[in-house]
Design a protein around this ligand. Structure first.
Ligand SMILES: Cc1cc2nc3c(=O)[nH]c(=O)nc-3n(C[C@H](O)[C@H](O)[C@H](O)COP(=O)(O)O)c2cc1C
Length: 173
């Protein structure tokens, strides 16, 4: 049996985490699938971040991150298989970004949605840190009370190099 117990919880929406501080020209992006909403009254999200990543280093330093929802699986793979410790991903993958409206975090231009998050708690678990961020601002395109109108465009990570997309079927109960 595979050690990968967590694939029982996949496929999961895969996002791109932005970290750093735009005004200091410190900008990095990485792929993340282990991300979840946590509470609504205080709007929060959390994601599990390997301590080895440059992202972890930057979030610990600046106490902020962005969550970017994109449809570009190739970009997800690129930022998910390279480290900002070794390369400048913005230059290498020609990522267009802007600063957030409330926090000075990098946001991917033309993403389907983004959240600007201020870190309020860090939970260390083995080789990872679960960063809990308060959502200070968010925007989404083509969105209504049922969420993304074109939900079938969102990439879900299945395993390894495999991504899946939802069918367009929509069931109202
Ligand atoms: C599809 C996919 C999903 C990933 N999900 C996570 C995740 O949830 N948490 C994490 O720490 N790393 C995750 N990674 C790995 C990081 O994106 C990867 O280690 C990246 O190189 C870190 O970049 P950085 O060192 O520039 O921060 C994922 C990678 C891929 C390809």
């Amino acid at each position: 049996m595979s050690r990968k117990f967590y694939y029982t919880l996949h496929p999961r929406l895969c996002v791109i985490i932005g970290s750093g501080k735009v005004s200091e020209n410190v900008i990095n992006f990485m792929a993340a699938t282990w991300i979840t909403p946590i509470s609504e009254d205080l709007p929060t999200v959390g994601f599990s971040c390997s301590k080895e990543t440059y992202t972890c280093e930057l979030i610990k330093k600046y106490k902020q991150f962005s969550v970017n929802i994109v449809k570009d699986v190739k970009l997800i793979w690129q930022v998910g298989t390279t480290s900002g410790k070794e390369i400048n991903k913005v230059e290498k993958f020609k990522i267009k970004f802007k600063a957030g409206k409330v926090l000075d975090v990098p946001i991917i231009e033309d993403c389907l949605a983004y959240l600007e998050c201020k870190v309020i708690k860090e939970v260390e678990v083995s080789e990872c840190i679960f960063f809990i961020g308060e959502v200070k601002n968010w925007e989404a395109q083509n969105f209504d009370e049922y969420g993304f109108k074109n939900f079938w465009e969102l990439p879900y990570h299945k395993a390894g190099r495999a991504f899946v997309f939802l069918s367009k079927n929509f069931v109202m109960i």
